[in-house]
Structures are given as C-alpha cells and as structure tokens.
Design a binder for this molecule. Structure first.
Ligand SMILES: [Zn+2]
Length: 377
C-alpha cells in the first residue's frame, strides 16, 4: 500500500477558494485536466446540511483504511462550500487511468435521481462550476478538456449522474471565466485597519498631506468628459480626481501604513499604497514601478480606472440612467471587484457595491475622498 498523502480537510466559499488556489505553488505536480464526479452515496438527502469537517475525516478513514488507497479525490463540493480533501498539488485517486494527470472533483448528490438544475443540486452545480473555472484559470486548463468519470474507459459508472450534461457544464465554466475577471485589487479588512470609516489617525493624515502633490499631479494628467467634470466638481471641487485617488489609497492601505516592510499587503499579493494585485496585474507588479507612488498612480489612473470607466460607459450607461456620477461610482467599485462584477450587479438591478468587499467599497472611498477634501483643500 502506498503511503497515505494526507488531507487538507478545509471548506471554502468560492471567493475564499480563489484566494486559496492563488496561494498554492505547483512545483511538484501540474494537473492537465479536471474530472467531474458525483458522490451518489451520500446523496443530497443524506447530507441535508452539506459536509462538515467530521464527514471529511470519515472519508479519510474510508479511503485510507478501508480502501487502502494513497489518496482520494481532491475536492468535495456541496451547496455551501468547496472542501479541499487531497491536496491539489499532488495526484489523487478517483478515476483509474486519469489519476496521474487530473484533479478529481466530487459533487455532493446522486444526479442519476436528484435534480441538478434546481434547488440544492443547482447550488452544488454553481459551486462546482466556480471551482472548475478557478482551477482552469490557475493551471491554464482548457475548459473543453473537462472529463466526466464515465469517460474513463475502465468504468461502467454513470458518474457524475445522468442528469449532468457535459456541454452545459463546459459552457457554464467558460461563461464564469469570462464574466468574472479576477478582481484586480484587494484591500485590508476594516479590523486590520483598526479605524472606523473616514476617521483618520494623525499618522495617516500626515502621509496624506505629504503625498498630496503627487496625487494632484496624477489626477491632472487625464481629461475626463465635461459632463463628469461638472458633477464631480460640485461634490469634490476642481481637484476632485486627486481626492478620489486618495480615497482609494486610504481604503486600500491607509496610505501605506498597513503594508509590511517591503510594501506589500494581502498576503503579499497587494503591491504598494494602491494595492495593485499581482494576480491580475502581473507585468506591472513584476517591475519596480509599483514601489513608486507616482508611477503606481499613473498606472492605476490610465490603465485601470479609465479603461473601467470606458467599459462601463459602453456597456452600462443606460443601466445607470445615463447619470455620470452613478457611472463614476460604479467605476470606483470596479477597483475592488472588477468591471465584470459591477456590470453584473447593475444588470441585476442591485447596488454597485453589492459585490465589493464589505459591500461598501465605492461609498467608503467617496466618503474618504470627501473627508480628505474637507480637511486638506
Ligand atoms: Zn466518479
């Protein structure tokens, strides 16, 4: 019997799973495709609240002690969580001849009999699609290469169940990948910040004052549409964009006060005062520009905010009732959760902040901008 490879045994929401996957290094083994399964036993009915850590420990006993295997499938997905079982960085055991080259994902349910397009089955499906999409992006796996267990030549199983259609799943994965551009920016949580919104410690205030000319220069470097200028000037004065950029800098890193010694935050992914994320802006973060506030602001302004504004202007102008201020609020929200998500929120008729961290990103940034404008102008 091969040595048991151990389990992770942790459950993640799709958002947490994205971060978990981004933190893995794939030096030892790279999966080439993903294999989809259903558990059949247990079914959804047998697990009315999904999996728990106890269930995963039970599965470990089963695969290790009863089956005598070296590992099990990599993921167990229920209607709430994506559970990591066998580490994603080593081969698992789930589908004979596919094992050496693939990640095995088990969906909770018996989809020979249970519904897959409604109720809990649909929720499991959504989490599975999210997990497949995130892994496809992380490992550069073509969604079309997805395999079902029943594709494996040695099996007679119907797994992942007769109700599961491959073309539909592959399309859903593709839609997920394109509609969900990895959020480019992350910011530290309010608890880490140890400050309530729009209240500034004197140290942060000192930095804001010191950096003010750099923000103003960056803001002056772009000409916004006159309609937007007019409404924003009313709220934040003639240097309005400088205050907005400062509001972002405050929210992201308290002007750098929350960063570690080498200028990073968010587990090393956020770069510099503006917290540019290396998972979405690899080229910029590979260089040295992010360490300099001036070039960071130039990048953020020209290569992130302006394109997001133009994207929303093209796709969502009617959804914001052709209101420039609303369009700009939506643009600020994209800095946190990406243009695709903000578009989704607008199309669903919900608040532009509904998909941002803490559901208050744009509102909070504008509040900070206003406070800084009031204090420093
Ligand atoms: Zn299977």
């Amino acid at each position: 019997m091969d040595k048991w490879k151990g389990i992770i045994g942790q459950g993640f929401t799709p958002k947490q799973f994205r971060e978990y996957v981004a933190g893995l290094s794939w030096d030892d083994w790279l999966a080439e495709f993903i294999v989809l399964h259903h558990t059949a036993v247990p079914s959804l009915v047998q697990r009315p609240s999904g999996f728990t850590r106890e269930h995963l420990l039970g599965l470990e006993k089963y695969y290790r002690d009863e089956m005598g295997w070296s590992a099990g499938p990599h993921l167990f997905v229920d209607d709430y969580m994506i559970w990591v079982f066998t580490p994603l960085t080593v081969p698992g055991v789930h589908a004979k001849s596919f094992n050496a080259r693939s990640i095995g994902l088990e969906m909770l349910g018996n989809y020979d009999v249970e519904a897959f397009t409604s109720g809990r089955g649909e929720m499991v499906r959504e989490n599975a699609v999210a997990a497949i999409a995130m892994l496809s992006a992380a490992l550069d796996i073509d969604p079309d290469s997805l395999m079902f267990h029943r594709d494996e030549p040695n099996t007679t199983k119907t797994c992942p169940g007769r109700h599961v259609d491959k073309a539909t799943i592959i399309q859903a994965v593709k839609d997920y990948v394109t509609s969900e551009p990895a959020p480019g920016f992350t910011q530290l949580s309010a608890s880490q910040a140890d400050l309530t919104q729009t209240q500034f410690k004197s140290e942060e205030f000192g930095r804001a004052k010191e950096y003010l000319p750099v923000f103003q220069a960056a803001a002056d470097a772009y000409q916004w549409p006159a309609e937007l200028e007019a409404v924003m000037r009313q709220a934040l004065g003639p240097r309005w964009m400088a205050w907005v950029l400062m509001g972002i800098a405050s929210r992201e890193s308290r002007f750098g006060l929350l960063l570690d010694e080498d200028g990073r935050g968010d587990g090393g992914h956020g770069h510099g005062i503006m917290q540019v994320d290396d998972r979405s802006h690899a080229a910029f973060c590979d260089g040295e520009g992010w360490q300099d506030l001036r070039s960071s602001l130039e990048y953020v302004h020209h290569s992130v905010i302006v394109p997001s504004f133009n994207y929303l202007g093209e796709n969502c102008f009617e959804l914001v009732k052709e209101d420039y201020e609303a369009l700009f609020m939506a643009t600020v929200a994209t800095y946190n959760c990406g243009p695709g998500n903000v578009r989704k929120a607008l199309e669903a008729g919900t608040d532009v902040d509904s998909l941002t961290t803490g559901r208050d990103y744009a509102r909070d940034v504008l509040a900070r901008a206003k406070a800084l404008y009031g204090a420093l102008s």
